[in-house]
Write a protein that binds this ligand. Structure first.
Ligand code: ATP
Ligand code: MG
Length: 283
């Protein structure tokens, strides 16, 4: 039986549960329960604050965990990072009041920086040889300069709107983060086999989420060019249409390339282009 530590509420909770559900693992959503056993896979979910997840997995109380890479880096937890999960993307950045004219890292010399990530910040400052004072604050770091607790902040940024709302400007991006799957380093053979099964499912899921399935009608004379535009997993599928001189072309592409490829395909005569989500890709 595996046990996976998941954030009980907060930014990673919903997407962690959605990922489990998408790979066929149903668990109860956390209300007052701390643990919930899956009926469909030998695993139970343990709901915790994200700060506690690295430690609980490092100690083996949970075999697996879903947490931001920022928390692992900050806590220096001895866990194995099994895979990136492609959600919870953010960065840890230094920000200073908008009114300051920032001229490089030297600006921070002698300044007070408020943060909930003192270890990552101290390491960064030490590497760059900057002597600043780190003020540890556990919540609402972004208001520290306005209330006079600090001159600058080091905090999580995703869209940057919180910084703007607090009259701050992001000046250095220090650490890129996203949600990751972590594991206790000392699993039994039986646990390893279960984890491998889970990992296989997660990888299929995370790959398929950023893919699109494309199908279209194409004049046969454009086929060679279309194949150059669509380098599918092996090569695109081509099927004849009832109308002479036309074929149907199917392929899987990166979602990020969608609009570029669609424009190129239309330019060589593609018609009736259908774009569909991919449920799973088993490579
Ligand atoms: P908890 O109560 O579990 O301790 P928290 O308040 O520490 O929750 P959240 O704000 O829910 O944490 O964020 C959890 C994680 O989500 C962060 O550690 C980070 O990895 C990720 N994240 C992604 N985008 C953001 C963002 N804009 N602000 C904060 N965290 C973000
Ligand atoms: Mg937390």
């Amino acid at each position: 039986m595996l046990r996976i530590a998941i954030q009980s509420k907060g930014r990673l909770n919903e997407e962690s549960l959605a990922l489990l559900q998408d790979i066929g693992i149903e668990v109860d959503v956390p209300k007052r329960k701390l643990v919930s056993k899956s009926q469909t896979f030998p695993i139970e979910a343990l709901y915790l604050r994200d700060d506690d997840i690295p430690h609980v997995v490092a100690g083996g109380t949970a075999t697996l965990g879903i947490v931001g890479l920022n928390e692992i880096e900050e806590k220096g937890a001895d866990v194995n990072i099994l895979c990136r999960l492609r959600f919870g993307a953010c960065r840890l950045s230094l920000a200073v009041p908008k009114s300051e004219s920032y001229n490089g890292l030297e600006w921070f010399t002698g300044k007070r920086i408020a943060t909930s990530y003192p270890n990552i910040l101290n390491r960064f400052l030490k590497e760059r040889g900057i002597a600043a004072k780190v003020e540890i604050i556990t919540g609402s770091v972004e208001i520290a300069p306005a209330v006079g607790i600090a001159d600058a902040i080091f905090d999580i940024v995703s869209s940057g709107s919180t910084l703007i709302a607090n009259g701050l400007q992001e000046v250095e991006s220090v650490f890129e983060s996203e949600a990751v799957l972590i594991a206790y380093p000392d699993l039994t053979e039986e646990e390893k086999a279960l984890v491998n099964d889970l990992l296989f499912r997660i990888e299929s899921e995370t790959v398929s989420r950023c893919k699109k399935y494309l199908l279209m009608n194409l004049p046969e004379i454009s086929l060679d060019e279309a194949i150059k535009i669509l380098p599918a997993m092996r090569s695109p599928t081509v099927m004849p249409l009832a109308t002479k001189g036309w074929c149907s072309l199917h392929s899987v592409i990166d979602a990020s390339d969608l609009w570029t490829k669609v424009r190129q395909l239309k330019a060589i005569g593609a018609e009736g282009i259908l774009v569909m989500d991919v449920d799973k890709i088993i490579l």
